[in-house]
Design a protein around this ligand. Structure first.
Ligand SMILES: [Zn+2]
Ligand SMILES: [Zn+2]
Ligand SMILES: [Zn+2]
Length: 414
């Protein structure tokens, strides 16, 4: 009988991991499954759930990766090779003990009370969820700057409804027209012909040779485009190259939800990020605004450079700017930018640093910043404050209390 089955094969219903675990349970090494004598006993730790000390021996309750909670086992410390997970467990334990005012020193108690153990499990699950989200964001970004995610404040995980995009997502019935002409400069900065791309629409060249904006807020930026003769290294290509700084989405500890901080020094007048989202008509924005007002959220950004026809909604589709908080004394300034689309009703919105921003500092912009770009004589935004804001909707009906905490705080956002 066995002779007859020699050439016969069936597909295996078990996964690779399950087969590896079967080997481990049976204590069988199997080179073709990657199970050797050396790693025969290595199951993967997903996280640690509990801790106890019996005499001088420390034990940890281990949740095994790929197994249900019911299969979790107590293991003595010397069995565990997951140094990073152990370290994190004790860091979380220490911090939580401190918060609960039980102890101030690093020595853990011999047993954890159930609520503390439960908290540590929640924290471990949250860390895994945030790592996954971080990986997802980085897989979706098309820019140089990396994104990290951190919550050392509460147990909130990734936002439930948010999709990372790198450029505008154009809503139904709206079209972005591709530019038809580019410049013919030898050198766009030092030897421009006809004022380069900005000159073609009677505007000034926006950048110096360091890529820092030198126009006053309110003036539009015209960058070189896909039709231009110049190449990728042209000094008039800045916003189009995307975010280049490593940034961190972090949980604020003063009730302002998520925020964004830079992990690198940003020089004054440097481009930091674009505000992207879904482009919708202002009528649609009006409708959505009423819903958002009720939720107390503000992700609508009116494109009112020339007329108020379109709005950017970053509530669901957005980039890292979705998480940047408001401040009445912000370190980011908004500019209208035109690159491959010259329709003045559809500028791109770019944030530039108003001053040196040091590594570790939070990035902020003024949700109700007012610049009047059509009136070129007007000085900065102060004069028009309170009217239709650039970011944020002028259709706001509710007053949102400001929590920015700066000296110049206006107390209310709208
Ligand atoms: Zn040029
Ligand atoms: Zn050009
Ligand atoms: Zn150029």
């Amino acid at each position: 009988m066995a002779e007859n089955l020699k050439a016969c094969s069936v597909c295996c219903k078990s996964s690779w991991n399950q087969l590896q675990d079967l080997c481990r349970l049976a204590k069988l090494s199997c080179p073709s499954l990657g199970i050797s004598k050396r790693n025969l006993c290595d199951f993967e730790v997903e996280y640690l759930c509990d801790y106890k000390k019996i005499r001088e021996q420390e034990y940890y309750l281990v949740k095994w990766y790929g197994y249900p909670d019911s299969e979790s086992t107590w293991e003595p410390r010397q069995n565990l090779k997951c140094v990073r997970i152990l370290k994190q467990f004790h860091k979380d334990l220490e911090r939580e003990l401190l918060r609960r005012h039980q102890r101030s020193r690093s020595k853990p108690p011999r047993h954890l009370d159930p609520s503390l153990a439960n908290y540590l499990v929640q924290k471990a699950k949250q860390r895994r969820a945030l790592r996954r989200w971080e990986q997802e964001l980085n897989a979706k970004r098309s820019h140089l700057g990396r994104i990290t995610v951190e919550n050392e404040v509460d147990l909130d995980g990734p936002p439930r409804a948010f999709v990372y995009i790198n450029e505008y997502r154009v809503g139904e019935g709206i079209t972005l027209n591709q530019v038809a002409v580019g410049c013919e400069c030898q050198d766009c900065l030092w030897d421009p012909s006809g004022g380069c791309c900005p000159g073609a629409s009677l505007h000034k060249f926006a950048y110096n040779d360091q890529g820092q904006v030198r126009l006053r807020a309110g003036l539009p930026i015209y960058e070189c485009n896909s039709r231009c003769r110049c190449g990728y290294d042209c000094p008039n290509r800045v916003v189009q190259k995307g975010i280049r700084y490593d940034l961190c989405i972090f949980r604020t500890d003063d009730g302002r939800g998520w925020g964004v901080r830079t992990l690198e020094k940003i020089r004054k007048n440097s481009f930091v990020m674009e505000y992207v989202g879904e482009i919708i008509t202002s009528e649609e924005a009006e409708r959505r605004g009423q819903i958002y007002d009720r939720q107390g959220t503000t992700y609508l950004f009116d494109l009112d450079y020339v007329e108020d026809v379109y709005t950017v909604d970053a509530a669901y589709y957005g980039n890292i700017s979705h998480f940047v908080n408001h401040s009445c004394d912000p370190n980011l300034q908004v500019y209208n930018v035109f690159i491959d689309n010259l329709d003045e009703r559809l500028p791109r919105i770019a944030f530039f640093a108003t001053r040196t921003i040091w590594a570790g500092e939070e990035l902020t912009f003024d949700y109700n910043m007012q610049v009047d770009p059509v009136d070129m004589e007007s000085t900065r935004m102060d004069s028009n404050f309170g009217l239709a804001g650039l970011p944020g909707s002028p259709k706001k009906r509710v007053r949102i209390e400001c929590k920015c905490g700066t000296e110049s705080c206006r107390k209310y956002l709208f």
